[in-house]
Design a protein around this ligand. Structure first.
Ligand SMILES: Cc1cc2nc3c(=O)[nH]c(=O)nc-3n(C[C@H](O)[C@H](O)[C@H](O)COP(=O)(O)OP(=O)(O)OC[C@H]3O[C@@H](n4cnc5c(N)ncnc54)[C@H](O)[C@@H]3O)c2cc1C
Length: 465
């Protein structure tokens, strides 16, 4: 049988590659939100590029489906294995090189977490330009594959903007790409940019060369409250003009109440809508931030200058995802809007949409500086796609995107047509066919499955077929 031959090949590549230990495999088969559970026919843990290339080669030879996984923090079931698939994890490929202090760059293997890369950069007063609340688990490979965004996109851009070089193992080409820290390389389309956001459907990231940015000595965090979203929208317009802004996040009262109960604390300011702004500079910031906050005209504000105070204010924003997870299994819609239409979108969610769905608890927060709203719905059935579709269709109709940063994964693959024309989907399929002609990688992720067999609709709640 093809699967047995594949597993035998893996044993021949290295006796350490395969595991069938259910205690190791089981937690990797449920996604972070607990909305989806699949199963894996086995788990392969390559330690280096050679082993990975041999595994992918054997899978092509035997026609075995592979599901790639990094830190398993995907919020769109992109890393959850389907029934007839073997899970391949980057967990053993996590070497981080010493930073290149002249190029201001660092090279790390795919399985290294964002926190591990930052730990290597910190002694040199450097850091990654991308930071996210899942930093202790999210891996470089997963972050490239999803083109992760996070809290500093407003200043440094998303993962694609950090990528200088890449090594990738694809089913058709084997190991390709290079890791030189070249800031400029116009020898055709940039392979790293093509891989960014491809969600593991073109190949598995082995390692990436990334930009490093300086840690700035001055940092101030402001938590502000406002009576309405329209007041916040005006404040954002003003704050975005500050060259020192490095994060601009928003939360609403329902989410802050939940976080307050979760943390057992009371927020230092109170209002209907909250804005968290971070300012960073190599120059003194006190007068500048005081003037910016004053100009933003919040009802109340709290400023923090020291590391502990800043972390405490950030906790109000970053604890949202974990607090919502304690309230139930959330449907997570990660949309972006033209910033000029954010207010209209939020009013629609809190107005007509909420009225049509009185049983749902709605929590909104997000990266306001990037026009990115995370719509969290607690109370809908796991396989209820209609509520997801209503929110995503609205965002698309308003000129937005159905995925600002989490990707399409399996959850949104059937809805890709909301933002991509059939010609654009055909172009994506042509790229997929060039890298993975037999379709062995991450079937059903990003692109709707050709057979429809992996679509999420119609499956029992909480389970992938
Ligand atoms: C608390 C919390 C906060 C979050 N905040 C943010 C945020 O601010 N911004 C943001 O963008 N995301 C955020 N996320 C989502 C998630 O952390 C990101 O999508 C992250 O990039 C996923 O990395 P991972 O290693 O966990 O990948 P996984 O979840 O393991 O996989 C994600 C996708 O990448 C593919 N993949 C994984 N490794 C590789 C590889 N080596 N090569 C090719 N493909 C691969 C998988 O097949 C899958 O399709 C958050 C998640 C949580 C739980």
């Amino acid at each position: 049988m093809a699967l047995a031959r594949f597993l035998r090949s893996c044993e021949e590549i290295s006796p350490r590659l395969l595991t069938a230990d259910p205690d190791i495999i089981a937690p990797l088969c449920t996604d972070w939100t607990r909305r989806m559970t699949g199963k894996a026919l086995g788990l392969v843990r390559p330690s280096n590029e050679e082993e990975l290339a041999a595994v992918v080669g054997a899978a092509v030879e035997e026609g075995v489906q592979l599901q790639l996984q990094g830190g398993n923090t995907s919020l769109v079931a992109g890393a959850t294995p389907l029934g007839d698939t073997v899970l391949v994890t980057s967990a053993r490929m996590r070497a981080v090189q010493e930073p290149d202090l002249v190029s201001l760059s660092i090279t790390a293997e795919a399985g290294a977490t964002a926190a591990e890369v930052n730990a290597a950069l910190a002694p040199h007063r450097l850091k990654l330009g991308v930071d996210l609340a899942s930093r202790d688990s999210a891996t470089i490979g997963g972050m490239v594959a999803t083109n992760a965004g996070g809290i500093h996109v407003v200043r440094y851009g998303s993962m694609r903007a950090q990528l200088l070089g890449i090594r990738l193992v694809t089913p058709a080409q084997g190991a390709i790409g290079r890791l030189s820290p070249l800031y400029k390389d116009n020898t055709g389309p940039h392979l790293a940019a093509i891989a960014a956001g491809s969600e593991g459907t073109f190949g598995m990231v082995v390692a990436a060369a990334l930009r490093a940015v300086p840690v700035l000595s001055e940092s101030v965090v402001a938590l502000m409250s406002f009576p309405s979203f329209s007041a916040v929208a005006e404040a954002v317009r003003r704050i975005r003009l500050s060259p020192a802004v490095s994060a601009l996040e928003f939360m609403t009262a329902s989410g802050m109440d939940l976080v307050s109960r979760h943390l057992g604390r009371t927020p230092p300011v109170a209002g209907a809508v909250y804005l968290l702004a971070e300012f960073e500079s190599a120059f003194p910031l006190l007068d500048h931030v005081a003037a910016v906050v004053d100009d933003a005209s919040p009802s109340t504000s709290a400023l923090a200058f020291d590391r502990r105070g800043r972390a405490e204010l950030w906790r109000w924003r970053e604890a949202h995802t974990e607090a919502i997870a304690t309230a139930g299994i959330a449907h997570k819609m990660d949309v972006s809007l033209p910033i000029s239409r954010l207010e209209e979108f939020v009013e629609w969610v809190e107005g007509p949409f909420a009225a049509d769905n009185p049983d749902l608890h709605i929590y909104l927060f997000g990266h306001l500086g990037d026009g990115n709203v995370h719509v969290n719905l607690v109370g809908a059935e796991s396989d209820d796609l209609a509520t997801d579709e209503a929110v995503l269709s609205k965002a698309a109709a308003m000129g937005g995107s159905i995925s600002a940063e989490h990707g399409i994964g399996r959850l949104k693959a059937p809805l890709l047509h909301l933002v991509r024309t059939s010609s654009e989907i055909a172009a994506l399929r042509a790229l997929k066919d060039a890298f993975d002609p037999d379709g062995i990688l991450n079937s059903g992720v990003l692109l709707p499955s050709r057979t429809g067999g992996h679509a999420i609709s119609g499956v029992a709640p909480g389970r992938l077929a």
